[in-house]
Structures are given as C-alpha cells and as structure tokens.
Design a protein around this ligand. Structure first.
Ligand code: SF4
Ligand code: SF4
Length: 193
C-alpha cells in the first residue's frame, strides 16, 4: 500500500459510516468472476481474500432483487462508460454479514474490508455516508494536480531562461518530482484534469 493510501486511510472519518451493510450485501469487482477464479488458482492474495468471504449471486437479477438501486446504478454507469458486458459482470454477497447489518467476523475481517472505501475513486453504494467526503477528497487531489501542472509550466519557463548546467539539473530534478505526483494519479485520470 502506498504512503498516500496509508495517510488517506488514517484520516478517513469512520464515524461517517451509517453501518447500513450495503457495501457488504451486494458488491462487484472490476475483474470478471472467471478471472478472479484464475487469479485465486494462481495464488493471488487479493483474489483469495475476496473469494474467501464473498459468494457470487447466480445472476444480475438475483443481486437486483437484494439491492435494485445499487445494481442499477452500477449497470447504468457501465453502459454510460461503454463497458457493460452482462456476461462479464458478477455481483457478490458476503457470507459474514449478519441480519443486523453487522459483520460476523469484525475483529478478523480481511484488509479489503478494513480499507473500504479504499480510495476517493471507489464506487460506494448510493447514500453511503462517505459519498460527500470522498467527493471532497477527489476535488482536493484534483486541485493539487492542477497546481502541479502550473508548476511544470513555470519550470519550463525557468529552463528557457537558464543556461547554467548546474541550475538546469536542479530544475529537471524538480520537474521529475512534480511529474511523479501527476503520474501517481494517472489511473484516476490525472492527465485530463
Ligand atoms: S455503504 Fe457506506 S455507509 Fe453503508 S456500511 Fe458501507 S461504508 Fe458504511
Ligand atoms: S467480512 Fe464483514 S466487513 Fe467484510 S464484507 Fe463481510 S460483513 Fe462486510
């Protein structure tokens, strides 16, 4: 786990959780079920951990019967993003969620549960107590990245005005550091912000 995620997790206000259990009752993954099974067979820790607690619903409709809003929300987003494939989409439910919405293995729950919601970009169920906070976190990071891009432009100007080799090296080192910050969020779309 990155330093960022550690910092993020430690400052996440847990009291925002409504303890509704929706993020345990119906979930899905970015990878299809057959890929998870293959990863599990290969000993992948994340896949093993996930499949140890989650069992698949027999169909999307079965998951929809449990949480229609959540399932429709995900399906609609996938359709909008152009990556909906019903044969590759599986929903799961946790074996340990109790009727009172509490976790039956709370003290021993795996890291994936302790970390959830694990980044500001994770899709949480509609009405999740973290929705607003996650949005604000995403906005803060986006603002930081935009500032980093401005700084990069300033470095460019500085370079164009400087011929001293030593100074140029220092500027390039700063540039690399700034670029590293932008790259850190590449998978969330930082190049487009
Ligand atoms: S969906 Fe959100 S509010 Fe509900 S239990 Fe999960 S984290 Fe908490
Ligand atoms: S193990 Fe507990 S916290 Fe994790 S998904 Fe199941 S009920 Fe939720």
């Amino acid at each position: 786990m990155s330093v960022y995620e550690e910092n993020y997790l430690s400052k996440r206000p847990q009291e925002l959780c409504h303890m509704c259990g929706r993020c345990c009752r119906v979930v899905t993954t970015s990878k299809p079920y057959f890929e998870l099974l293959k990863l599990k067979a290969d000993g992948d820790v994340g896949a093993c951990e996930f499949l140890k607690i989650f069992k698949p619903f027999a169909s999307i409709d079965e998951a929809r019967a449990v949480d229609k809003e959540l399932v429709d929300n995900i399906v609609e987003k996938m359709i909008a993003d152009g990556n909906y494939d019903k044969d590759k989409l599986t929903f799961y439910t946790c074996k340990y969620l109790q009727k009172d919405n509490l976790c039956g293995i709370y003290e021993e729950r795996p890291d994936l549960c302790r970390h959830c919601p694990s980044t500001p970009w994770v899709i949480v169920p509609p009405g999740c107590g973290f929705e607003g906070w996650l949005f604000m976190e995403r906005e803060k990071i986006k603002a930081k990245i935009r500032k980093a891009k401005e700084d990069l432009l300033e470095m460019k100007v500085l370079k164009s005005k400087n011929q001293n080799e030593e100074t140029l090296k220092k500027i390039e080192a700063v540039e690399a550091k700034i670029q590293g910050t932008i790259d850190l969020y590449k998978k969330y779309g930082s190049y487009d912000w």
